[in-house]
Design a protein around this ligand. Structure first.
Ligand code: GLC
Length: 648
């Protein structure tokens, strides 16, 4: 819809920033074509479209474009020319804490070869901006969005890293922590000092009436370490909303200046050179009594508004919504209706991540498969972050119906999984721990490194060579399964070298209450050198991951074009999917159990693949049936088979 009034307003605001439309044609075109939608969303959220705040929003967009450095404008053009760059099979990421990985931002450039050798070209640097020591939540309690925390270095150091990444054609992902600030952020300090404009930035209440009303329907995120969703602020004799820790104050996005200030911070990151912006905890950004205050429609409108603004001013930056929600709710983050495909470009496939762990513990893939019809609803042009674990806990938040469909009782099944990964189930190989046990509901999530949860820690302790071998197989199975599924694989630092749990957090007063630190290792570079060059289980894990990543980057059929189909297997231990392409496809089969399994070889004929030409990319040989016409799987074995394409 063309709106002359908006056009007029747009021209005025742009001119006021000194940009001449004739010199910024792409920006001008993008803004003109999106302004009516931006206006409509803004009006629904904040009322009066002609308000002073809306003009400010247009000025923020113009300033963001004006401040975009030349190298990023060029990168925007290159990305636009390559289509949706983030769907490519040539992208693979790693998430890491700079201090725990290499000490300091200044050391990071010297580690870039380590990533490229492994096959990683996208770095997710865990939060780097200022956060108070001891009250930091791993950097997710930001006290200054623009100052790099001195623990990691300076803004100049970060800019240097960006230059080096660009030189090596690598990509950068950073977080915007927008649901809350640290209680030591300037806005919070001003609010605490009594400034009413800044008190409006947060949810303050003079008594417990509304907080109590909220509490009736709001779940607790950290029931052990931070019970309840409100914290008393003695200086003001008021309660403030704190959904996460007491030191993380929730921002009030129903107040337009909060959105505007957030947009300015988003563009600050965009113009630093962020390729993927991880929007932390977007499910929580709108609150309403009588609801869970999660996944509300207004939260989606804010994300859609952010997406439109980014598309106008800094279009090369993709948005990742860190919504760790159930399989149905997650689809909403890709946008619904006319916004389908126009909200977040990427989301974590958290359901699948957890379901892989489910399949590994039970040796039964049925719950995982029961969830796939939901996961496959993803709109074309959007993609997943696929992962086996990250810096957070592993939640078991998939639907009860999916567990029931596989024939298990949901409560008992989850109890089994928790006991299995906490290592208390008698036959468990895992060494992990329960995180955030809710004494009221018995809900809990799981902490522990990939290697420890897969049995390596226990096997090494028991010096059991057979168990070590099985642990390595489990690790590679988990990685392979998520690398080829579709989406950007996001590995977690240390996993490539088989790091087991690190228990030193227990003696750190700023960390001991949060056992997620057990799977956030401090890298020992002498050890990593040995792992890369030496032998033994850690070396096998490294080499295996390296080979899987190399393979992935060579197989264009792995680019995420929504070309995934699950194949029906007669063994519940086997998960199999097909990535189909016009010339060549990939049929990936995984044995999630610790038993040898066989499947009938003629299944390949049934699916129309020429079974005499099945080449396994992984073992680099042709695959053949045994005398009984079966394909054998050793425990945790997988095949990555080349099959002819649709034109073949
Ligand atoms: C996200 C982060 C998590 C953090 C939380 C609060 O879920 O991944 O580590 O505790 O947000 O910011």
């Amino acid at each position: 819809m063309y709106r002359p009034d908006l056009h007029q307003q747009m021209v005025q605001e742009i001119e006021s920033t000194g940009i001449k439309p004739s010199e910024a044609l792409p920006f001008y075109t993008r803004l003109a074509s999106n302004l009516a939608d931006i206006d409509a969303l803004y009006k629904t959220l904040y009322g009066d479209p002609g308000s002073r705040h809306f003009s400010q929003l247009v000025r923020i967009l113009a300033a963001a474009y004006k401040n975009r450095p030349r190298f990023l404008l060029e990168k925007d053009d290159a990305k636009a020319a390559s289509g949706q760059w983030f769907l490519s099979n040539r992208l693979a990421g790693m998430s890491l804490y700079v201090d725990r990985f290499c000490g300091h931002l200044q050391q990071l450039p010297s580690k870039l070869d380590y990533f490229t050798d492994l096959g990683i070209n996208l770095l997710h640097l865990m939060p780097l901006f200022q956060s108070p020591p001891g009250e930091s939540d791993g950097g997710y309690a930001v006290s200054d969005y623009r100052q790099v925390d001195p623990r990691f270095g300076t803004l100049e150091d970060l800019q240097q890293v960006v230059q080096e990444l660009n030189r090596k054609h690598m990509y950068l992902m950073l977080d915007i922590v927008l649901n809350h600030t640290s209680h030591r952020h300037e806005w919070a300090e001003k609010a605490r000092a009594g400034d009413p404009a800044y008190q409006d930035f947060y949810y303050f209440y003079p008594d417990r009436q509304l907080p109590d009303q909220f509490e009736q329907s709001m779940p607790e995120i950290f029931p052990e370490s931070a019970p309840g969703n409100f914290t008393y602020v003695p200086e003001l004799n008021k309660w403030v909303m704190t959904v996460f820790h007491q030191y993380q104050w929730d921002l009030n996005f129903s107040y337009a200046p909060v959105l505007l200030a957030t947009l300015e911070n988003i563009f600050f990151y965009a113009n630093l050179g962020v390729d993927i912006l991880r929007i932390d905890a977007p499910a929580f950004i709108w609150k309403q009594p009588g609801t869970t205050s999660q996944n509300l429609p207004q939260a989606h409108m804010i994300l859609q508004l952010i997406k439109l603004c980014v598309q106008v001013a800094t279009p090369g930056m993709a948005l990742l919504g860190e919504a760790i929600v159930g399989p149905r709710q997650i689809m909403e983050y890709f946008g619904r209706g006319r916004y389908a495909g126009y909200e977040c470009d990427l989301a974590y496939n958290a359901t699948h991540m957890a379901l892989q762990w489910d399949a590994l513990a039970t040796g039964d893939t049925r719950v995982m498969l029961a969830a796939q019809h939901e996961i496959l609803q993803k709109p074309l042009g959007t993609s997943w972050i696929t992962y086996t674990r990250g810096h957070d806990d592993i939640g078991l938040g998939y639907d009860d119906a999916m567990i029931a469909q596989a024939g298990f009782a949901p409560y008992e099944h989850r109890r089994f999984l928790k006991e299995y990964y906490a290592g208390v189930y008698p036959a468990s190989v895992a060494t992990g721990a329960l995180f955030s046990v809710n004494p009221k509901t018995q809900d809990a999530r799981i902490s522990g490194s990939l290697a420890s949860l897969c049995g390596l820690e226990k096997a090494i302790k028991e010096e059991d060579a057979g168990a070590i071998d099985l642990a390595v197989r489990r690790i590679l199975l988990m990685q392979a399964h998520c690398f080829f599924l579709g989406g950007i694989p996001m590995t977690f630092y240390g996993d490539e070298a088989g790091y087991t749990n690190d228990y030193s957090y227990l003696t750190d007063p700023g960390k001991h209450y949060d056992n997620r630190w057990m799977h956030r290792p401090v890298i020992d570079w002498e050890k990593n050198k040995r792992v890369k060059e030496g032998e033994g289980p850690h070396h096998l894990i490294y080499k295996g991951m390296q080979r899987l990543l190399a393979l992935r980057s060579q197989l264009d059929v792995i680019a995420d074009t929504n070309n995934l189909r699950w194949l029906h297997m007669h063994s519940k231990a086997i998960a199999a999917y097909l990535r189909s392409g016009s010339k060549e496809g990939l049929c990936a089969l995984f044995n999630f159990s610790n038993e040898p399994v066989e499947v009938a070889f003629n299944l390949f004929d049934l699916y129309g693949f020429k079974s005499n030409t099945l080449y396994d990319h992984w073992q680099q040989n042709l695959v053949e049936a045994n005398q009984e016409g079966m394909l054998n799987f050793q425990p945790y074995q997988f095949y990555l088979l080349r099959v002819q394409g649709e034109e073949g």
